[in-house]
Design a binder for this molecule. Structure first.
Ligand code: LLP
Length: 422
C-alpha cells in the first residue's frame, strides 16, 4: 500500500487533531478505504465478512447496510453480529458460525437463534445433530494441503488443526444423514495469496468435495485469505482472475447438479486492513550503539502482528512542526513494554530491521498503517496497558466508536481473597 513517509492527515482529518482530541495511542479507520475494497468484490453473490479481522459494531453495521453478510467464530462474535442488526436466519444465512469446535456458549447460541453452522470437525456435526437435528449445515474441508503468510497462519494440510480432513468427507456425510442434517455447502479457507496455480488446486478440491457431497449442495465458499500489499512493492491481487477461477468452478457444479450454486467469498483483511491506522506519539528518541530508536506509546499490546509474524506495516511521521527537516535516517521503532521483542520494525524470527524514516522528535506522531485487520482485535492489556480508543473517519469527520479503556477498569473486576469485596 502507498503511505507517504510524512503524513499529515487520515481520511481528511489532521493527525495532530486526532491525537489532541482522542489521545494516543489510537486506532483511526478511514471508511473510504473499506468502500473501495468492497466495490471490487461486487461480482461475488455473497461477500461474507470475516469479523475476526475487526469486529467493532460500527464496521459490522456499516457493512450490513451494504448487504455484506457475516462470519462468526465464537459466541462473542455471534452476539456482536446480532447486536449490529444481522438477523439470525435467512437465505442465504446472514450469520454463519465457522469453527472447529463449539464451546458450550457457542452451541447454546447457534441452537437458540437457529444460526447456520459451517462445521470444521466431525464432533461439531454430532454435537449440532444432537442439539438441533434437521438443520442445514455446510462443511469446512481441509483438502490436505495449505498456504499462508507464515507457519502460524497456514490453514490446510496435515499439520493444520482446521477443517474436516478430506478423506473423512464420506463418513461425515453419513454422520450428517443419521442426524437428518442436510449438507448444503462446501467451504475451504486456504489463504492462497496471489498464487493462481495454487488457487486452481483449491478450486479443484472444492469441486471434487462438492460433487461428493451431492446435489443438495447449493453454495460454495472461497474462504478468506485475499491478500493486500502491506509493502509498497507488493503486487495487488487480480480480483477478476480470482473470481474467474471460482466462477468456472461454480458453473461446472451448476451444470452437474442442474441448479444454481451460490458463490460466497469470506474476506477479512482485504476489506479492512488498509483502512486502519495506529496513531502513536514518539515519547523518546534514543541513540544507542550507532542505532536510532523511536520509542512510541503503542506496543505489541496494540498491534501484535510484527512480533508474532514479523509482519511489515508501513510507517509515517506526522511532525508537529511541519517546517522542520524530515530527512530520512534508519530507525528502529519500539514500544513501551518491558520486553525486548516490543519492536515494530522486525522480520520473522525476531531480527531487527531498521527502517528509513523521517527525522523526528519527542512529541511528533508516528502512524502505523495496514492496522485495520488483526490490529485492535488482537490487542491485550499486557503491562496493565488500557485498550486504545477507536475512531471512525467518514467524509472528513471523526467519531469515537470505542473510548479508551479507563485505567481503573484494568483491575475493576479483580478480587483480593478474604477482603470485603471478595
Ligand atoms: N475465513 C476463515 C475460516 C478464516 O479462518 C479466516 C482467517 C478468514 C476467513 C479471513 O482471512 P483473511 O481474509 O482476513 O486473511 N492474525 C493473522 C490472520 C489469521 C487469520 C485467521 N483466519 C494475521 O494477522 O495475519
Amino acid at each position: 500500500m502507498k503511505q507517504p513517509l510524512v503524513l499529515s492527515e487520515i481520511g481528511g482529518v489532521p493527525v495532530t487533531e486526532l491525537a489532541a482530541r482522542y489521545g494516543t495511542p489510537l486506532f483511526a479507520y478511514d471508511v473510504a478505504a473499506i468502500e473501495s475494497r468492497l466495490a471490487r468484490l461486487a461480482s461475488f453473490d455473497v461477500v461474507r465478512y470475516a469479523q475476526k479481522a475487526w469486529s467493532n459494531l460500527a464496521v459490522l453495521d456499516w457493512l450490513r447496510r451494504r448487504d455484506v453478510l457475516v462470519d462468526a467464530v465464537s459466541a462473542g462474535e455471534i452476539l456482536r453480529a446480532l447486536a449490529a442488526g444481522f438477523s439470525p436466519h435467512g437465505d442465504p444465512p446472514p450469520i454463519v458460525y465457522t469453527a472447529d469446535i463449539f464451546d458450550h456458549d457457542a452451541l447454546r447460541l447457534v441452537v437458540e437463534h437457529g444460526i447456520h453452522v459451517n462445521c470444521g470437525s466431525p464432533d461439531m456435526i454430532s454435537q449440532l445433530g444432537e442439539a438441533a437435528p434437521g438443520s442445514e449445515i455446510t462443511l469446512r474441508i481441509n483438502p490436505g494441503f495449505g498456504h499462508g503468510h507464515s507457519q502460524k497462519t497456514n490453514t490446510g494440510g496435515p499439520q493444520s488443526k482446521h477443517g474436516i480432513w478430506h478423506e473423512q468427507l464420506e463418513a461425515c456425510l453419513q454422520q450428517a444423514d443419521r442426524f437428518g442434517l442436510a449438507v448444503t455447502g462446501i467451504h475451504m479457507h486456504i489463504g492462497s495469496g496471489c498464487d493462481f496455480e495454487h488457487l486452481s488446486q483449491v478450486c479443484h478440491a472444492v469441486e471434487k468435495m462438492a460433487r461428493q457431497a451431492g446435489r443438495r449442495v447449493t453454495s460454495i465458499s472461497t474462504g478468506g485469505g485475499l491478500p493486500i500489499p502491506y509493502r509498497e512493492d507488493e503486487p495487488e491481487i487480480d480480483i477478476d482472475e480470482y473470481f474467474r477461477l471460482w466462477d468456472e468452478t461454480r458453473k461446472r457444479l451448476e451444470e452437474a447438479f442442474g441448479h444454481a450454486v451460490r458463490l460466497e467469498t469470506e474476506p477479512g483483511r482485504y476489506l479492512v486492513a488498509e483502512a486502519g491506522y495506529l496513531v502513536t506519539e514518539i515519547r523518546a528518541v534514543k541513540e544507542m550503539g550507532g542505532n536510532t530508536f523511536y520509542l512510541v506509546d503503542a506496543g505489541f499490546h496494540n498491534l501484535a502482528r510484527p512480533v508474532l509474524y514479523g509482519a511489515y506495516h508501513p510507517m509515517s511521521i506526522a511532525p508537529v512542526d511541519t517546517t522542520r527537516s524530515t530527512q530520512l535516517r534508519p530507525v528502529i521503532v519500539g514500544g513501551p513494554l518491558c520486553e525486548s521483542g516490543d519492536i515494530f520494525t522486525q522480520r520473522e524470527g525476531g531480527f531487527i530491521d531498521p527502517r528509513p524514516l523521517p527525522a523526528a522528535q519527542v512529541g511528533d506522531y508516528l502512524v502505523i498503517g495496514g492496522a485495520g485487520a488483526y490490529g485492535f482485535v488482537m490487542s491485550s492489556q499486557y503491562n496493565s496497558k488500557p485498550l486504545a480508543p477507536e475512531v471512525w473517519l467518514e467524509e472528513g469527520r471523526s467519531t469515537l466508536i470505542r473510548p479508551r479503556q479507563r485505567l481503573e477498569d484494568l483491575f475493576a473486576d479483580e478480587r483480593i481473597p478474604g477482603s470485603q469485596a471478595g
